[in-house]
Design a protein around this ligand. Sequence first.
Ligand code: GLN
Length: 533
Amino acid sequence: MAKYIFVTGGVVSGLGKGITAASLGKLLRLRGYRVSVQKIDPYLNIDPGTMSPYEHGEVFVTDDGAETDLDIGHYERFLDINCSRKSGITTGQIYSKIFAKERRGDYLGHTVQIVPHVTNEIKNYMREIGEGQDIVIIEIGGTVGDIEQSVYIEAIRQFRRELGIGNSVAVHVTLIPYIASSGEIKTKPTQNSVKDLQQLGVFADVLVCRTTAGIELDQEHRDKIAMFCGLDNQEDVIHNRDCRTIYEVPLMFAKQKFDQIVLKKLNLKLNKCDLSEWQKIVDKLCDDHLPEVTVALVGKYVAVADAYISVTEALKHAGIVNNVRTKVKLVQAENLERDGAEPWLSDVQAILVPGGFGNRGVEGKIAAIKYARENNIPFLGICLGMQTAVIEFARNVCGLRDANSTEFVDKLKYPVIDIIEDQKDITTKGGTMRLGLYDCALKPNTLAAKLYGKSTIKERHRHRYEFNNQYRTQLEQAGMVFSGINPQANLVEIIELPSHPFFIACQCHPELLSRPNRPHPLFKGLIAAAVQK
Ligand code: GLN
């Protein structure tokens, strides 16, 4: 039976619970344990798939096609595991399951209630993810005290009791504010948050206290926090200071023996832990002497840092192997519609157009792609980035003047991007895209084949529209190479321009598979080309 670590947050949201959970998971993995992770979001949407990136940041897609919270991406990158739909649970999923059961008559004769029916369902999800694992980390979204979160705290209370002493640990992540005028840090909000949790029946075993950089949490503070919060001893107070990079957090935790403390509480062996590979990654990311390469990310949601988190992380990973530091210049696509591409892109060594939905900013992205193509600037297009690259090429090289995607214009003379026939009558929006892993066969002697170094690959997808095969011959004759094809449905997956030093775009989302220790070939190639430039 797996042992459980429950991670909750208090005082304010946005303290990095996800990074905390992922960093602890990393350390436990390095000690040889099989670790799985689950994030439970207390909102009523079935998944974040239909939410705007402004509300929710990036949507992370798993191999099995679940649209999940971006924290799942952190878990995959830190733990180097592939999560499944079991890792991303929402209140919406739990309730819809219960409603389906109720209609089927599964509860016949009984009143369906929050306790026990909802809490039982939550515990079922928690148990399920533990199958075949040594340790499960469960992160509860939101902040203790939220109405919608309380049912999860109750489920944790019940589940911990069932698991028995020594089989679970409750980690609570809080904020320690610094009052600049008096030069003091304040522990009271943490004490109050721990009490709120205790009132709901969950007693925190370890506190992870977030402060800004440069703040010290000395013995006196640790003693005080441990005493008022009912911790076994002051080592159970972990200081989570702002780091230079998120990848430094596991190292900071290891120094404070966070993993060892947790393992002891779970009565598990402290196997050896080798941090050297991870340390090298962090050293590279923080090495100010390495040359810098600037990549423009031309997108629509650039105002929200989290909207493209997997893309910006993948760019950083690719910097590590190329011995450079990648600087990402976030460029609002609409600015290019107003000012042209030159003022925004003349200072960058590479251009990336990421995925996206809807019309806004599309013409700006097309302008960025034209600029990359005409000025030999290394270019990577992802999903909508590939679709806009096709539109740009069709318009400006093949002379198909109003070429576009039917996502943006209904009646088109040249619908170079379109919905495939058997998708056309789908009217539901949630979960109906091409989602998850799909095969792709690579054409020999192409840039794609060279970068991947193999002939077949699998990549994750999240889109509704596809390249319209009616235009394949025409675009091919004009110099575009279709270097990746989905063999089952004959769909275009990767395009490239051999006349250009590095111009490649894919229908999939390669950023989702990049890891700090294993950068994705397309990103690695983009940065290598940028270095040459
Ligand atoms: N909007 C496009 C589609 O649905 C692209 C989606 C994306 O970039 N993820 O096909």
